[in-house]
Write a protein that binds this ligand. Structure first.
Ligand code: ADP
Ligand code: MG
Length: 264
């Protein structure tokens, strides 16, 4: 199960920079709190794929790190399956990170990292299944440097899935990929989500990614950052902007929200 309940979450960092203070515009002093996230309320259901959008620096990664238990919140509550988050939990949550393959291990060894508790047979089976899902059968004994960038990213995905977490967190998982590989990976994640039906929280700065992939899109924005929009996406899949005027309209709306008037 991967239910997430966020209530009145606030996050502030202490300002570490000393700034000059003038009487007309009193500025932040060293040690003052900088509020990053304010009053975030979100309920995420089991199996939902939620795509988070928002301007750079608005606190998307901070929010995901708090959910994953890597970072403390300042006030409020985050509950996963009814239990308060209290530090990282490898049982429930897997954070997908790119460039996370160990170069001295083969693809199979990398994918097998999270399933060391299984018997040798079970481990083999699991590794095989997930490498097949990401179309990397036959590359078990290759080392990461022998794979293309896209193949490495798929191996990372297989490793995340092999762990079988309740919640998969992906922070800008397609960054640095070329256009076609990005499109293919996007399809792959959609297919894999349909298959595993786990909760996925995906941060992207790409509006199209969010609209093509998500069961729901949450836009973070404002100052301090709050939930600027929270919309379910009940469009049939595979999604296509040209074939769905409604999806296309929503796309223009989101671009406008992000300050772009004429999106192509
Ligand atoms: N450890 C930290 N200490 C102080 N400020 C931080 C820290 N981590 C992030 N921030 C600040 O919090 C804000 C949100 O950062 P982040 O969550 O990385 O944004 P995003 O992922 O949306 O680009 C930024 O202004 C950043 O400078
Ligand atoms: Mg970030």
């Amino acid at each position: 199960m991967g239910r997430i309940n966020i209530e009145k979450l606030n996050k502030a960092y202490a300002n570490r920079r000393k700034l000059p203070r003038s009487d007309e515009s009193p500025q932040l002093r060293k040690g003052d709190d900088i509020i990053v996230l304010k009053d975030i309320d979100l309920k995420i259901s089991d199996g939902e794929m939620v795509c988070f959008l928002g301007p750079s620096g608005c606190g998307k990664s901070t929010l995901l790190r708090i959910i994953a238990g890597f970072e403390d919140l300042s006030s409020g509550k985050v509950r996963i399956n009814g239990k308060s988050v209290n530090g990282p939990s490898a049982d429930h949550i897997f954070v997908f990170q790119h460039s996370g393959l160990f170069p001295w291990m083969t693809v199979a060894q990398n994918v097998g990292l999270g399933v060391r508790h299984l018997s040798s047979d079970g481990r083999h089976k699991r590794i095989g299944e997930f490498l097949e899902m990401v179309e990397l059968e036959g590359f078990e004994q290759h080392y990461p440097r022998q794979l293309s960038g896209g193949m490495q990213r798929r191996a990372e995905l297989a490793r995340a899935l092999a762990v079988n977490p309740d919640i998969l967190i992906m922070d800008e998982p397609f960054s640095g990929l070329d256009f076609l590989t990005h499109m293919k990976m996007r399809e792959e994640v959609v297919n894999m989500h349909a298959f595993i039906q786990k909760t996925i929280l995906l941060v992207t700065h790409n509006i199209d990614d969010a609209l093509i992939m998500g069961d729901r899109v949450v836009i973070l924005g404002g100052s301090p950052t709050g939930v600027a929009m929270d919309r379910k996406l009940e469009f049939p899949r595979p999604r296509n902007f040209e074939k769905s005027p409604e999806l296309s309209r929503l796309r223009s709306e989101l671009f406008l929200m992000m300050g772009v008037n004429y999106a192509v």
